[in-house]
Design a protein around this ligand. Structure first.
Ligand SMILES: Nc1nc2c(ncn2[C@@H]2O[C@H](COP(=O)(O)OP(=O)(O)OP(=O)(O)O)[C@@H](O)[C@H]2O)c(=O)[nH]1
Ligand SMILES: [Mg+2]
Length: 415
């Protein structure tokens, strides 16, 4: 682990409990990127310094401390504007990297992106972030990766060249992403009639663990770090012998997730927009359950998905040591489900709760189909849940569950 410092500003309007949560989160984010924060410095100020965000004295003493300790990174808890960032980085010089909250999140996403889609999405968000902050030097990650960083020189002319190159990168990335989104849309269209469930929630709440539990998909990536999942995985699963749904695991949320990042991940997050039911997963051991709930709801609102049907799922109940806390949360959130995906506790309750929603709009239909019309049978098996089948010498009689809309579509095909 690389050692580093953390600097944070506290204003009269700052909520101290939130500040502690944020700082705790910065430690975890830094860990995920391979850093330990050895010292956290909080500056109490009446207002933001218009030039350097922090007071110059505090900034200089922190930079000196960093140099003395031979560290090369200062994390900044707050999100700082490009002008502030440039001035702080200039004071820090070339050997100390300033990484604010947004940049830290972007770097984690860059490190974790696996598919072409997520790589392009994060590249777009990173380039958009970097553009107004160019000061002729590049932070550690770009340096390590080579690439665009290698063409960065110190002069203003070089910065202009870099800006121009970045602008054309943005245009190209947007074009590529649009192409991927079109493909995804076509894919989604073919799944239009199947009931769709999406796992959403704060990062590290256990969404992928639940996904693995329900889908049995062995390759599901589960890890005790923030933003382990960056790509949506969707699987067809049977919740009972008769009920099939599409389940999606998605990228986690975090308070104040950069809006550029959410915008870039539009196509990945499309599975949420498409879902009929959202499972809002909450880590019951979190010290900030209300904050996490709010983050989920705020992010869903940005995605315009806040009105969707949803079910709150508290996960990790095996970790709760104090019975009183458990009882308290249970009485406050009485309509929720309490599970442990690790110890497989109450998974059947979760399944039954989802089933209540899937059955809400479904009716039982039956059709006698002529053998000459056999193609329609495959169609019915794909789009509905078949309850029974009787084969006679010239006909097949199927009983199946689906929505009225799907049934109409099937009937149109039956000649
Ligand atoms: N004790 C306990 N740990 C759990 C449980 N569910 C998940 N975990 C652990 O929590 C960590 C995060 O789990 P994930 O399933 O990767 O969480 P996630 O919500 O998908 O996280 P991101 O993809 O990063 O957003 C892992 O170390 C899991 O083993 C649970 O029920 N109990
Ligand atoms: Mg995950």
């Amino acid at each position: 682990m690389i050692k580093s410092l953390l600097l944070s500003l506290s204003l009269p309007s700052t909520n101290q409990t939130d500040l502690i949560e944020e700082i705790e989160e910065m430690h975890r984010l830094a860990n995920t990127l391979g850093y330990t924060i050895e010292n956290t410095i909080i500056q109490n100020k009446q207002k933001i310094d218009s030039s350097t965000f922090f007071g110059k004295g505090k900034l200089n003493s922190t930079i000196n401390q960093c140099k003395e300790l031979k560290y090369d990174t200062i994390f900044i808890n707050n999100e700082i504007e490009p002008g502030h960032y440039k001035r702080i980085q200039k004071i820090a010089g070339k050997k100390i990297y300033i990484i604010d909250r947004t940049k830290l999140i972007l770097d984690i996403f860059t490190k974790h992106a696996k598919t072409i889609e997520s790589k392009k999405q994060i590249e777009l968000a990173s380039v958009q972030y970097m553009m107004p902050r160019l000061i002729g030097q590049w932070t550690h990650l770009e340096r390590q990766m080579g690439g665009i960083g290698t063409r960065g020189g110190p002069g203003e002319k070089q910065i202009e060249i870099d800006r121009r190159l970045l602008r054309s990168d943005i245009t190209k990335l947007k074009k590529d992403l649009l192409q991927i989104e079109i493909q995804r849309k076509t894919q989604r269209k073919s799944r239009k009639d199947i009931f769709k469930v999406a796992l959403v929630g704060y990062t590290n709440a256990g969404k992928s663990s639940i996904f693995k539990n329900l889908s049995g998909y062995k390759k599901t990536y589960i890890k005790d770090e923030l933003f382990a999942t960056l790509d949506t995985t969707t699987k067809n699963i049977y919740l009972s012998d008769n009920t099939k749904v599409l389940l999606s695991d998605t990228v986690g949320f975090l308070r104040n997730l950069p809006t550029d990042l959410i915008a870039s991940f539009r196509s990945t997050l499309g599975e949420i927009r498409d879902a009929d039911l959202l499972l809002k997963v909450i880590d019951i051991t979190s010290t900030d359950i209300n904050g996490h709930m709010k983050t989920i709801d705020d992010t869903l609102e940005i995605l315009n998905c806040h009105k969707k049907k949803s079910l709150i799922v508290f996960n990790k109940i095996d970790k709760v040591e104090d019975e009183n806390i458990y009882v308290k949360i249970k009485s406050k959130y009485s309509n929720s489900i309490f599970i442990s995906s690790l110890k497989k506790l109450n998974i059947n309750i979760l399944i039954n709760s989802i089933l209540k929603y899937t059955n809400e709009n479904l009716n039982l239909f039956s059709l006698k189909i002529d053998y000459r019309n056999a193609a329609i049978i495959d169609f019915i098996y794909t789009l509905t849940t078949v309850m029974s089948r009787k084969d006679s010498y010239d006909k097949i009689e199927l009983e199946f569950k689906c929505t009225q809309e799907t049934f109409n579509k099937i009937k149109k095909r039956v000649k």
